[in-house]
Write a protein that binds this ligand. Structure first.
Ligand code: UDP
Length: 236
């Protein structure tokens, strides 16, 4: 068998180096009616995030007297995956909606908006591995586009283990065939971690390596988020 070697490590099935992201692009402010929005493509993922709010909500039990509240709905379109996805929420989308809200909340300064609600929607139009991180990344840009005061723009990225090698930004195939997946989200200015999940088996050293690599990936994607927002505001 013939392998191409890069930095003493084999190139991956899709030709990427171990520390290479899939091609990524982000556009801010793509929807007219939402308060904020963003469209993101990474590899074969196509994701649309929108934000409404802060605004009053009629669901009184969800509101808090001293701060605003963020609510996230992650949804996969029926045509976003190979086997048609049954429409509506399921266990996976409920989990991802919750962890996305938890990942975004620490960056938001919602104290100025008591008794109000920020509704974030993450629509996965096409999925190809890593949609939770990509969804969080897109949602953070949409929140910034909505003008919601934030300490930082949260960004998500995963690293994992494939063919006994720690690699950045797993594709769907790598996620399925691989040995581990570690999706994270951070506030890049401080490096504070707002999401950390791990699926599969890693030694302590491998976990550290995956975490460092995912952090590096987040920092690269953070620059693209900032570019997207600059482009939006320079064209307004
Ligand atoms: N996937 C799928 N059907 C589903 C759920 C997921 O084909 O009902 C695919 C999709 O490409 C997704 C990948 O499997 O991105 C990995 O899913 P996982 O639950 O690990 O979450 P993600 O990596 O997207 O955050």
């Amino acid at each position: 068998m013939f392998f191409i070697i890069s930095n003493d490590k084999e190139l991956r099935d899709d030709g990427r180096a171990f520390d290479e992201l899939r091609p990524i692009k982000i556009e801010a402010g793509v929807l007219k009616r939402a308060d904020g929005s963003a469209y993101l493509e990474v590899g074969g993922n196509k994701i649309l995030a929108s934000v409404y709010g802060p605004r009053e909500s009629y669901i009184r039990r969800l509101l808090k007297p001293n701060t605003g509240v963020i609510r996230v709905r992650y949804n996969m379109a029926p045509f976003s995956v190979d086997d048609r996805k049954r429409p509506g929420p399921d266990r996976r989308s409920t989990e991802i909606s919750k962890i996305a809200a938890d990942a975004l909340r620490p960056a938001l300064m919602l104290e100025s908006f008591p008794r109000s609600m920020v509704d974030v929607s993450i629509e996965v139009i096409e999925a190809e591995g890593g949609t939770r991180c990509a969804g969080i990344t897109a949602a953070a840009v949409a929140l910034a586009d909505a003008g919601i005061p934030m300490k930082d723009i949260v960004v998500g990225c995963a690293a994992g283990k494939v063919n006994d090698q720690i690699v950045l930004d797993l594709s769907e195939k790598e996620d399925k065939d691989g040995q581990a997946d570690v999706p994270i989200a951070i506030m890049p200015r401080t490096g504070e971690i707002t999401l950390l999940q791990a699926d599969g088996n890693l030694s302590e050293d491998e976990f550290e390596e995956a975490l460092d690599l995912a952090m590096e990936g987040c920092r690269k994607i953070s620059e693209i988020q900032h570019e997207a927002l600059k482009n939006k505001y320079s064209s307004d």
